[in-house]
Design a protein around this ligand. Sequence first.
Ligand code: ADP
Length: 654
Amino acid sequence: MSRYHNLVLILLVFVLSLFAPAESDGQLIRRVLLLNSYNRDMLWTDSITRGVSEVLATDSTSYKMYVEHMDTKNYFSPEYLELLKEQYRFKYNDVAFDAIIVSDDNAANFAVNNRSLFNDAPIVFCGVNDLEFHKKHDLPNMTGILEFTDIRLTIEAALRLQPDLKRMYVVVDDTTTGQLSRKLINDILPDYRGRLDFAWIDKMSMSEVKKTISNLAQGSAVLLASFNRDRLGNWYTYTESITQLRSVTSVPIYGMWDFYLGRGIVGGMITSGYRQGVMAAEIALDIMNGRPASDIEVITQDSNQYMFDLKELESFELNPDLIPKNSVVINKPINLYERYRSQILIAGLLVLMMILFIFKLLASNRARRNVENELEEMNKYQESLIEQRTEELVQRSRELEMANHELKKVDNLKTAVVNTVSHDLRTPLTSVLGFCKIIERDFIKYFEPLCVDHAELGERSERIRKNLGIIESEGERLTRLINDFLDLSKIDAGDIAWNDVSIDTNELFVQALPILEGYFTATAVKFHMDVDEDLPRIVADPDRLLQVLNNLVGNAAKFTFHGSVNLRVTTTEGGWLKATVSDTGMGIPEEELANIFDKFYQVTQSTSNTNIVRGSGMGLAISKRIVEHYGGMISAESKHDYGSSFTFIIPTTR
Ligand code: ADP
């Protein structure tokens, strides 16, 4: 998980670096030199360097940091300092520093005395023990942090933590720092007279020191001022000295330096190299951003901080509640959350995402189920609708069937009525016509001669004969109507008798000619019949074929008032009989042509010709049924006012 965490950080830095301006952008780079008095392997120096570089690293594109270690703990002769000067002159001749941070007294003095080496840049000092340093060198562009080891507050903290504390053993060496500490302690000793005894552990070898502190009585403590060099001249690093002392002591060890903290001291008012480094770098930034160094007060106590090691407090059974407020406590047990914070956060995030995902799934599931339910309901509704419609359709079809049945019954009844009525009409009509003819004959034979010489009687006899003629013609018309009506009904009812025989077609037309010519006896219209020789035979009822010819030629005669009517009879390429009746009569309007073969259809146009005998609209309908009965076809062409042409074709037996 931490590898993952690192990966995320690396990616983040990479992405941010994409947006960071490059040095080549022409941006102003500030150059800062950190000049340390001591070597880099000294914890103190190392923590100052860390503090400075962390502050400058927050804006690494604007600041470039140079670090030098003068190593004056090991070398401090004037010749050595000369060599350093030469070295720095050589290295930094062309570097225009914007600020110099110096750590500890030696570097501070060196920088003040050799400002030209460093471009006369403003100086920010830290870790300087000489509390009069800045006053000695009253320079306008210099400020910084004085190192003030607050022994008094450290002792006060020890007294609070150990209410029975009676004796304080001060471990101190004879290094410069040690001597300084000794002086500071001596200064405050009178204040504790009667309250706290002080015993010096100095001028001892490491083993003597260890032996002494390993046997200390209850109510005592150790104050570690500094211990780098023992009586025998042996050197110990900060870590080595505290580690060795801590390993033998039977009482708590207090101290004022951060490099001892976390390695064995309980704590105290701590002077922190890291903290001074941070503060010095922040002051340097302020100055580089335009604030005059003279405006910035030199810092003393403010750089120190109460710091304690909880592990040490617990190991000497000291009550942590007694440490001063606002103390920094190290080695606090890290609770689970702090230790695994990033893992917990990532896991929490994942769980949250999973919960969201689950909710989303649930929601979409519910939505799907809703849609399914809706679909199901819709299906049910449609099914019920279909069922209902089907039932309705079944009901309708039942009703239609019944209506059809009723209609058939009515139709049959109608046919029966028509047949009966027609038959019953025909018989008396035949009698009427027969008697009319007898009356006419008798009248002509016996009464008309009597009226020859009598003017009035002559006139009357003339009118009687005319009226008898009207009765005759109307009777004949009525007979025709009844016959047509009867034929049509019978054909439609399938009741008509088809007396089919094999017909000599040419012979049929020879017989028909005088009958057809009869339509033209009282008119100026000429009739021509043109029949091909050797026509094929037909199997049909000759009376029905004559009926078709009569209808077509009769109509032509009826609707033609001048010109001619022609009957042309040929054989088609397919061997069918083809008869065409064409006239030069009044013609049929185009829009009515399609209807003329319908039952009872008569063209609506009016004509002034009163000679036209009113028809029944049944002739063409009967003709069509007869032609189609024999598998043939009938059609009409016409041009209004120019004439018409009717053609039928019938299969032959050749
Ligand atoms: P109708 O007994 O009235 O003649 P048809 O069925 O024979 O009945 O003819 C239907 C109608 O077709 C006629 O009323 C007439 O208007 C029209 N018609 C038939 N033949 C001709 C024709 N040769 N010239 C003009 N009109 C015709």
